[in-house]
Design a protein around this ligand. Structure first.
Ligand code: NAD
Length: 348
């Protein structure tokens, strides 16, 4: 028995990663598509064995309420459109999986959470790395203190954003530049690795003044987080670098280095740790798995067993509040202190 998913938006991520990901899924299947392009949607529907009558456009989307095959709606649209479609999916009585970043403001995130609560449906944010085995291994090992107390987290996620003509460079659709798009992976990782919420952030932004791509959104961000335990995280992201995707954790007795930490595949984890008076390098044997299949299977299980997902709407809201604090710090040149938050790591 598999849970039926409707995919909303047939862009790069949906077509190249999510739909193929159903092939590795054990609990989810695609049963409906929502797209502005009927011709494209029809072709993809036939490839995946989706009934022609289960193809909707953005206007007729609400009719999905009458399709009992659809249990989950997966929103894969530009960031600023997530709110509208999450709320419409909730009103149609469907559980919702929403791509990261959850939305473009914390008030929108709150409205999305409230709408899902009111409709009695589940909301999960698609933080795929939290379902990926290398990230889970790292998180578990560090939290168990396999090699002593954690001190520092370092992460960088960046790429060349490409051509000027895309929604990612329009603030009204994206909400920001590299920070909400790729920096959010570093931010989220620092939170799930520590299992803590930061109490202080400091950030700097750098954007080349003459690159026409960055008239509305930032290119590069460097930000530091202080956690209640004293752990410091030094994180950065950019739209103007060759692929940079590293995650590191330094503990009293080890250095964890994950290369290719944030892409869809190819994660490599090495642990250099103290052993007596010398050092050992270990590469744990961790299976590569399709991250989209893992996250969709997790949500399908939550729907079948009526459980709260590991990355619920509150997880997206917390990241969005931190994104806003990071922008505030960069704008003012001051560190921003945050109210201590407790208990958010219980779901992880
Ligand atoms: P994309 O541009 O390839 O696709 C966006 C889709 O939205 C297209 O089908 C487009 O036609 C449709 N759309 C509808 N209205 C639009 C409008 N007004 N302007 C532009 N497009 C419109 O984008 P993508 O890379 O597939 O990203 C979609 C979402 O997925 C974003 O929220 C992004 O942050 C997220 N994403 C997540 C990951 C991940 O690894 N989890 C990776 C890439 C993208």
């Amino acid at each position: 028995r598999r849970v039926g998913f409707a995919i909303v938006g047939l862009g790069h991520l949906a077509v190249q990663q999510i739909l193929p990901g159903f092939g590795s899924s054990r609990k989810a299947k695609p049963v409906a598509l929502v797209s502005g392009r009927a011709d494209k949607a029809r072709v993809i529907a036939s490839q995946y064995g989706i009934k022609p009558e289960a193809v909707y456009d953005y206007e007729s989307f609400d009719r999905i309420a009458q399709n009992p095959d659809v249990k989950v709606v997966y929103i894969v649209l530009p960031n600023a459109m997530h709110k509208e479609f999450v709320i419409r999916a909730a009103k149609a009585g469907k559980h919702v999986l929403c791509e990261k970043p959850m939305a473009t403001s914390s008030s929108d995130c709150r409205e999305m959470i409230d709408a899902c609560d009111k409709a009695g449906v589940k909301l999960m944010i698609a933080y795929r790395c939290q379902y990926e085995p290398h990230h889970r291994y790292l998180m578990d090992s560090v939290r168990k203190k396999d090699f002593g107390e954690m001190r520092l987290v370092r992460a960088v996620n960046g790429q060349d954003v490409g051509a000027i003509d895309q929604w990612r460079l329009r603030k009204a659709l994206s909400g920001g530049g590299s920070l909400p798009d790729v920096g959010i992976y570093c931010l989220n990782a620092a939170r799930y690795i520590t299992g803590e919420e930061p109490v202080e952030v400091f950030a700097q932004i750098s954007t080349p003044p003459n690159d026409p791509r960055f008239k509305e959104v930032e290119e590069s961000v460097s930000f530091q987080l202080r956690f209640p335990s004293g752990v410091l995280a030094e994180l950065s992201c950019s739209y103007g670098v060759h692929r940079a995707q590293t995650l590191e954790v330094h503990t009293a007795e080890a250095h964890y280095l994950m290369e290719h930490a944030f892409p869809y595949k190819g994660q490599r984890l090495q642990i250099s740790h103290k052993i007596g008076k010398s050092d050992a390098d270990v590469v744990p044997n961790i299976e590569q798995q399709d991250q989209f299949a893992l996250e969709m299977d997790h949500f399908a299980t939550c729907v079948m067993e009526n459980r709260v997902p590991r990355t619920p709407g509150e997880e997206g809201l917390q990241d969005q509040m931190l994104v806003e604090a990071i922008y505030q710090s960069a704008r003012t040149g001051q560190a921003v202190k945050l109210k201590p938050v407790s208990g958010t790591d219980v779901t992880r």
